[in-house]
Ligand binder design. Structure first.
Ligand code: NAP
Ligand code: GLV
Length: 315
């Protein structure tokens, strides 16, 4: 049996159940907590931010499928059973994130915030535009999502730098890694894109000290931040102060320390900030249920599961 559970606000459980019934047609599917289900029958669980303790109730669980790329919420549960956790690393989600990153890099590169403000005030004021290759986009996290976004931005002509935990190489991308690589990575970056997982090492990594070390000599005048990783990666008071004092020229945030972003949060109305409600890259039930079904088939056939989370690294 496959049990599905989720506690997130934008979770659409009925749609997931319908799709799992189609893609796992030879299997019982239970939507928790509504459907009756004997805990001992559950071999697989597909979850998105499940309530802590829920998964510990299944004594015969063989694998957990996290219905998203980031596993920070799931692995924070201290009662999590000791079974493999598979995360989403699928073309559908990757393309959605690349669309988001490209959209916001271009928005800042082509000065759209200023142009839209001019439109609101009926001002016809052409802005100087520069070539993509006048800027370097630095991508924190050169994994499934970061590498794809890097390659598409590279095709558009931007210079690309990437930063990862372990050394990497990728055609035409200046790759940096670890603590030693952080400083040279920041120094050359004009638009900082964060696609890191949230772990104890990366918590609050987007802070004033990092923003101050970004390149200030590009045509942009001041560096730009785009965070679509997790809210816990950023210090929001620093983002606000750095936007106000010019350390950052502009920013886009899809993720926040508290979600939904409270109505009285001063980030909402900031003219140099684009706020999106954590939907840079949604996990689509059509695409992801097929991926989970395929992984279960692999497992039942004795083949290794793919994209298994390394709990020692936390992603
Ligand atoms: P991934 O394939 O696991 O890639 C993670 C990257 O981060 C890897 O390159 C990894 O380095 C690097 N990294 C991790 N810890 C690091 C550290 N301490 N220092 C330097 N680099 C570090 O993950 P992904 O699929 O690309 O997803 C990334 C994150 O995006 C997810 O964890 C999630 O939080 C976020 N996300 C957000 C949305 C949204 O809608 N906003 C949607 C999907 C995902 P190595 O390559 O050396 O391991
Ligand atoms: C969404 O935030 C994800 O991690 O897939």
């Amino acid at each position: 049996m496959l049990a599905i559970e989720g506690g997130a606000a934008n979770w659409a459980p009925e749609r997931w159940k319908r799709r799992f019934l189609e893609t796992c047609s030879n299997r019982k599917v239970a939507l928790l907590p509504h459907d009756a289900c004997a805990p001992a029958d559950v071999r697989f669980a597909a979850v998105w931010k499940p309530k802590p303790g829920v998964l510990a109730a299944f004594p015969n669980l063989r694998a957990i499928f996290n219905l998203g790329a980031g596993v920070d919420a799931l692995i924070a549960d201290p009662t999590l059973p000791d079974v493999p956790i598979v995360r989403v690393a699928v073309g559908d989600l990757t393309s959605r994130m690349t669309e988001y990153v490209v959209l916001h890099v271009l928005l800042h590169h082509r000065r759209l915030l200023e142009l839209m403000d001019d439109q609101r005030h009926r001002r016809w004021q052409p802005k100087e535009q520069w070539a993509a290759n006048a800027l370097t986009v630095g991508i924190m996290g050169l994994g499934t999502l970061g590498l794809d976004a890097a390659q598409v931005l590279q095709r558009l002509g931007f210079n690309i730098a990437g930063w990862s935990a372990r050394p990497k190489s990728a055609d035409g991308i200046a790759c940096f890694s670890g603590n030693d690589g952080f400083e040279p990575f920041l120094r050359r970056t004009d638009i900082l894109v964060c696609l890191l997982p949230l772990t104890p090492e990366t918590k609050h990594i987007l802070n004033r000290s990092v923003f101050e070390r970004l390149n200030r000599n590009s045509p942009l005048g001041a560096p730009v931040l785009i965070n679509a990783g997790r809210g816990g990666l950023q210090v929001e008071a620093d983002i606000l102060a750095c936007l106000n004092d010019g350390t950052l020229g502009a920013a886009t945030c899809d993720v926040f320390e508290t979600e939904p972003l409270p109505a009285n949060n001063p980030l909402w109305p900031h003219p140099k900030l684009v706020v999106t409600p954590h939907n840079a890259a949604d996990t689509d039930p059509d695409a992801i249920s097929a991926y989970v079904a395929q992984q279960i088939e692999r497992f039942e056939a004795g083949k290794p599961l793919e994209n298994v989370v390394d709990l020692t690294r936390g992603y």
